[in-house]
Design a protein around this ligand. Structure first.
Ligand code: PLP
Length: 482
């Protein structure tokens, strides 16, 4: 019988009829605001802190250590760390571990903002890998091994290579081939596998980064498995990285008061996958395979299925092209939400992203299919609905190759001024511009604005994209270097 050590320790603590003369101040729920306590119920009794018997995330010797060891076994690593700051904390710690100020690190230009932020905090020099792009579905796809080889040949001094796989849309690169290339050059391979925590638990899912030879891997357990939002795991294998430095960096980027509800949920999510993960995933995969066939028969909808060089596509991610219905992705998202109560992960001009998980069954898949049929019907009834304006490609493009005038960290330190977006042509960015979701920066500090980029940003604004990173969220203006 597999254990759940964090849960067991907490249960034992509650059985001791404790008087909590310690933080948190709500004292096991007694003082918690009543309106919210109604919802949180029993869980509040478990919102504890590092007490004797409950261990310490930053120096684990007891149940947390045991839970992490069990996780390492389940996820195929040599060591696993629980994270309470999401994959964001994992990406920060990984990069800070392998890079010292001024050193070079190779990352995808379309990496999540947490990777770019890590490079800035490390004071490292980023060198970019550019992904392949699927023209029909307008998404970045894989990093090819040839691209890794090209960059490593040009930058033999690089400390490490980081790859994002799977991507937000579930596209997987050939990690084992890339690992071979990176290790031949004597470098470390880090993988942002935020969207792939479920991969170890079913043979029909793509191979995991750890299985494929990566040294350090981050997974958002909360995204595709069942732990609470904000939880993640960092897995290490091969012993090529500095373990002590990794622990130090984790201690620096994570809170000194980790939530036990979060830790408990990580332990339980691992246990759930080990005991019935295959079964749950199998049930969902069958529903999804059937659902995909049905979806393809609705109007002229198209679902992304992969393409050249793509190693695998996660079946839990549906990147649905709705353009053929005469709707933008934004309109389709709004109609599904307002008329059917269906909330998608994201939309862009032509697409919707629906994210399923092991917790979904025929029922949820059917509800989306019904929603998609509704969209097709609305559009065929209302010719005025066919109003997609095919302007320039307005999908968060990742193929801009902007001039890097200085590294992001240096640009962040310089004096800045605010200019109208259209006046930024030729200026050097002082702040990132990050369409959100998916959180991939289009502009990084230190990069030069071009007219083409600004036209693209204006198109994105026009179709309703949201932005992070800028002082002016409406993107009427941007900060550039003095
Ligand atoms: C590829 C990728 N990496 C990292 C992250 C950060 O994950 P978290 O939200 O768990 O911090 C995200 C979040 O969307 C992501 O898409």
């Amino acid at each position: 019988m597999e254990r759940i050590p964090v849960l067991e320790a907490m249960r034992a603590h509650l059985q001791s009829n404790p008087l909590p003369l310690h933080v948190p101040g709500h004292k096991m729920g007694r003082g918690f605001p009543a309106e919210a306590a109604v919802w949180l119920g029993q869980a509040l009794r478990l919102d504890l802190t590092e007490l004797p018997g409950l261990d310490d995330l930053h120096q684990p010797q007891g149940p947390i250590r045991e839970a992490q060891q069990l996780a390492a076994r389940a996820f195929g690593s040599e060591e696993t760390y629980f994270l309470v700051g999401g994959s964001t904390a994992g990406n920060l710690a990984m990069i800070l571990t392998v890079c010292r100020p001024g050193e070079t690190v190779v990352i995808p230009r379309n990496a999540h903002k947490s990777v770019h932020h890590a490079v800035m905090l490390a004071g490292a020099k980023p060198v970019y890998l550019y992904p392949e792009v699927d023209g029909q579905f307008a998404i970045p796809t894989v990093i090819r091994v040839e691209e890794v080889r090209r960059v490593l040949a040009e930058h033999p001094d690089a400390r490490a290579v980081l790859i994002t796989s799977p991507t937000y849309q579930g596209v997987c690169s050939d990690i084992s081939e890339i690992a071979g290339e990176v290790h031949r050059h004597g470098k470390l391979l880090l993988v942002d596998e935020a969207h792939g925590a479920h991969f170890p638990f079913h043979e029909q899912l793509p191979p995991t980064a750890i299985q494929s030879g990566a040294d350090l891997v981050v997974q958002s357990t909360h995204k595709m498995l069942g732990s609470l939002t904000g939880t993640a795991m960092l897995h290490g294998k091969n012993g090529r990285y500095d373990r002590e430095r990794l622990r130090t960096m984790l201690g620096m980027v994570q809170t000194s008061s980790p939530s036990y509800l979060m830790l408990l949920s990580l332990d339980a999510a691992r246990h759930q996958m080990q005991t019935c993960g295959r079964e749950l995933i199998d049930r969902a995969l069958q529903a999804l395979a059937h659902g995909r066939r049905e979806a393809a028969a609705i109007g002229e909808l198209a679902l992304y299925q992969g393409g050249p060089d793509v190693c695998a596509v996660d079946p839990f991610k549906w990147w649905i092209q709705v353009r053929q219905l005469g709707l933008t992705g934004f309109e389709a998202e709004r109609l599904l939400r307002e008329k059917r109560g269906i909330f998608c992960e994201m939309a862009d001009r032509d697409h919707l992203l629906a994210v399923f998980s092991y917790a979904d069954t025929d029922k949820q898949v059917s509800r989306l299919l019904e929603g998609l049929r509704f969209l097709a019907e609305v559009c065929s009834r209302d010719p005025a609905g066919k109003r997609v304006e095919h302007v320039r490609p307005v999908i968060a493009r990742t193929d801009f190759r902007l001039e890097q005038v200085m590294i992001p960290k240096d640009a962040l330190q310089r004096a800045r001024r605010r200019v109208k977006l259209e006046a930024a042509v030729g200026q050097v960015a002082a702040e990132p511009v990050i369409p959100y979701p998916p959180g991939i920066p289009l502009v990084l500090p230190g990069e030069r604005y071009t007219a083409e980029l600004i036209a693209h940003l204006q198109d994105m604004k026009r179709i309703g994209s949201r932005f992070q990173g800028t002082e002016d969220a409406a993107l009427e203006s941007v900060c550039v270097l003095e």
